[in-house]
Write a protein that binds this ligand. Structure first.
Ligand SMILES: C[S@@+](CC[C@H](N)C(=O)[O-])C[C@H]1O[C@@H](n2cnc3c(N)ncnc32)[C@H](O)[C@@H]1O
Length: 189
């Protein structure tokens, strides 16, 4: 699984630590200091199934993921930087080329988890994946345990582990808007 903009690495380290599956975890982060700190924790905890990489995921995701020999089963983008001003929207991590790369790289039945504490940012990411309705279905159509509110946002955190930003936002009383998609059909070329 790949976590894009993994920040402190909390989420992936906990997932990797609790994992009983044979799954590898990769965190992509554009701030080198955060990557170094996350890797420090990985070494301290002697985790062998998680790795943090200094990268601009928007441009390098495809190249990084295509060099991995196993299937890509999950991609998460959790509380990305909002870049509120319209003229700064192009700085948001989830750009059309990244949506395209994720869509192509995921294995069949692979999932994408999106979340933000900023409704507008969550809605922007949602719109981008809703545009691939020939490839993805939202998980509430597939897994009846994953329920949504009336607006189609997941009611619970499907991973059971919170990110640092998520904890901070929830402590401030914010709502977290989440969507999770499953790739149910292959991309037509
Ligand atoms: C608001 S933080 C959220 C971090 C973490 N996902 C969380 O929820 O706690 C967004 C993170 O995305 C990183 N980021 C922004 N643009 C990126 C890019 N193009 N590639 C990789 N990481 C990026 C930032 O450096 C920052 O650490």
């Amino acid at each position: 699984m790949v976590d894009i903009g993994c920040g402190s690495g909390r989420f992936l380290i906990w997932l990797a630590k609790n994992s009983s599956e044979r799954r590898n975890y990769l965190g992509l982060e554009i701030r080198q200091k955060l990557v170094e700190r996350s890797q420090f924790w990985v070494t301290e905890l002697r985790l062998r199934n998680v790795y943090f990489m200094f990268a601009n995921a928007t441009v390098s995701f495809n190249q990084i993921v295509s060099s991995y020999p196993g299937p890509l089963s999950l991609v998460s983008i959790l509380c990305p930087d909002p870049h509120f001003k319209k003229r700064h929207h192009k700085r948001r991590v989830l750009q059309p080329q990244l949506v395209d790369s994720i869509t192509k790289s995921l294995c069949l039945d692979g999932r994408v988890l999106l979340q933000s504490d900023v409704l507008e940012v969550a809605a922007d990411m949602r719109e981008r994946f809703d545009g691939y309705s020939d490839v993805f279905e939202h998980v509430d159509c597939i897994d009846k345990d994953l329920r949504c509110d009336n607006e189609g946002w997941l009611l619970d955190n499907p991973m059971g582990i919170r990110t640092e930003r998520e904890i901070h936002a929830e402590l401030e009383g914010a709502t977290i808007y989440r969507r999770m998609y499953q790739k149910t059909r292959n991309v037509r070329h």
